[in-house]
Design a binder for this molecule. Structure first.
Ligand code: HXC
Length: 289
């Protein structure tokens, strides 16, 4: 779909780039000639991904909930590689839960990554772009429930809606510096991380019935959109959140996701909570920060 070396000369940071959607975007960017930095909490996972992708991939171990660590990471990139040209805000945390059962820590675990952490990264990069008179492009990976809201994932829905507003606000505030911000709102693109925490024990099959195209997303479709938004040639496109979901949210709104969870019993929820917590535990064991 794109010409070879389309992203040559680009230097792009992808948060949460070791796995899932972030890794897929990193792979396509590297293939198209970009230098890519990936960051995340699990050093081993990052190293493995960097090896797999070959090419020009650098890694940084970080928890983006730590604002000082975020600033230090961005400074390291500037010192070692030079100014970034692009940022993909992909790192996120999420799990399904009845909202009434969330503890303050549970809410914060998600909001601190998605809402606060993404702001820290965007600001640390943006202020350097402004100081150095560099242009830049930010893409945030959101979800269509920024438009519809969604039951059972309220901390994520609230946080991602905040980033939708950040995208619009900073597109206006930073437009004069040549900095643009757009967002992608994917419908279901199955990944391991989402599967374990949003469909524990099940799959995404049921959501396809409500989708006008009767299927989930194909990763290359998301990679192509992320490439289009990052490449040169459409710099006047800013402040937009673009849904890529087969018109799913237009057709069924929030019902396309978690409304069917209304029928779960307390025992079902208890079982799912254990599965999610086991997945969290396993991931935590691999963290190096
Ligand atoms: C209720 C839960 C819970 C659950 C965790 N908690 N899981 N509460 N139900 N299933 C509570 C814990 O009890 C604890 O509160 C608090 O959350 C923090 O838990 P930790 O495991 O200590 O948190 P932490 O190690 O910081 O991990 C953060 C995380 C984890 C968000 C909980 O899931 C994570 O790191 N996720 C990253 C990857 C990820 O989520 N990928 C999916 C992204 S999908 P107490 O009170 O007990 O101390 C996505 C949108 C996709 O973002 C949309 C697709 C359609």
């Amino acid at each position: 779909m794109f010409k070879q070396d389309l992203l040559k000369g680009k230097r792009i940071l992808i948060t949460g780039g070791g796995t899932g959607i972030g890794k897929e975007i990193a792979a396509r960017y590297v293939e198209l000639g970009a230098e890519v930095w990936i960051c995340g909490r699990r050093g081993g996972v990052l190293e493995q991904t960097a090896r797999e992708l070959g090419g020009n991939v650098k890694t940084h171990v970080i928890d983006i909930r730590d604002a000082a660590a975020v600033d230090a990471m961005v400074q390291r990139i500037w010192d070692e590689s030079g100014p970034l040209t692009g940022l993909v805000n992909n790192a996120a945390g999420n799990f399904i839960s009845p909202t009434k059962d969330l503890s303050p820590n549970g809410f914060n675990a998600i909001a601190n990554i998605v809402f606060h952490g993404t702001f820290y990264v965007t600001q640390a990069v943006g202020k350097r772009w402004i100081a150095g008179a560099h242009k830049g492009s930010v893409i945030s990976i959101l979800v269509t429930w920024v438009h519809t809201g969604s039951p059972y994932v309220v901390p994520s829905a609230m946080s991602k809606a905040g980033l939708h507003v950040m995208t619009k606000s900073l597109a206006v505030e930073w437009g004069k510096y040549g900095i643009r911000l757009n967002a992608i709102a994917p419908g279901p693109f199955p990944t391991e991380g989402a599967q374990k925490r949003l469909r524990p024990g099940g799959d995404f099959g049921d959501s396809t019935q409500l989708n006008p195209m009767r299927r989930v997303g194909r990763m290359e479709e998301l990679q192509n959109l992320a490439t289009f938004l990052m490449a040169d040639g459409c710099e006047w496109l800013t402040g937009e959140t673009i849904a890529i979901d087969g018109a799913g949210y237009l057709a069924s709104g929030a019902a396309g996701y978690f409304v069917p969870l209304d029928k779960l019993t307390d025992a079902d929820w208890e079982r799912m909570r254990s599965m999610i917590k086991a997945a969290n535990e396993k991931d935590r064991g691999a963290r190096t920060v």
